[in-house]
Design a protein around this ligand. Sequence first.
Ligand code: 6PG
Length: 229
Amino acid sequence: MKAEEMFQQAATDFFKVATAALARHGVCLAAISGGTTPDGWFAALAAAGWPHWNRVEWFWVDERAVPPENPDSNFGRARRLLADPLHLAPERLHRMEAEKADGAERYRALLADEERLFDTDSRFPRFDYLQLGVGLDGHTASLFPFSPALEESRETVVAVPPPRTASPAVPRLTLTLPVINAARRIAVLATGSAKTTLLQRRLPAPAGADAPISLVRPVDGELTFFLSA
Ligand code: 6PG
């Protein structure tokens, strides 16, 4: 499948899931990752003419410790490619302030204050839609191979040091696996044969810290991979 088709499929999936979320609790609580892969998905979302953008709350799965104006900022990229074209209200964009020393605590508090993330009996905040990417080292979010962050079972957000196996090599904030796995829908977007091959070879084997993407196992939700050559 070509990348453009994959992005269109992933956008259609988002609208289906988001529409169900609106019917269920009047809002779609979405968390998005960074990197370059979402660019095509953002373009497909922005071009669709969906009428309910004012009922989506946007959160981040992870963020680099840089200000929004920095080209490496996940928030800045999403604002430029999705929020600005759709004229999304700034109050619906809940940025991870990863450049601040207390950024993890701030985002933990932000999630804890969003009651709609807890409208089920889940101990962890439940996103209606959580988009992930994957790196060639098997990382996802900013959860890198053999990172102590993979063991986190209590906190919703942690700070991680600069990765050795991915770029940019800057400190990051990331949602933890309990939050990721609490999501109702997890959509993993990946382009290129190297990532597809990585996933096809690694995912049938038992989950492990060598490939954090293998640890993404929704507790009570659906996991869908959108892959393109
Ligand atoms: C990050 C991302 C990261 C990303 C993968 C894939 O902040 O680095 O959230 O998890 O999804 O590294 O990145 P690409 O899409 O650029 O290949």
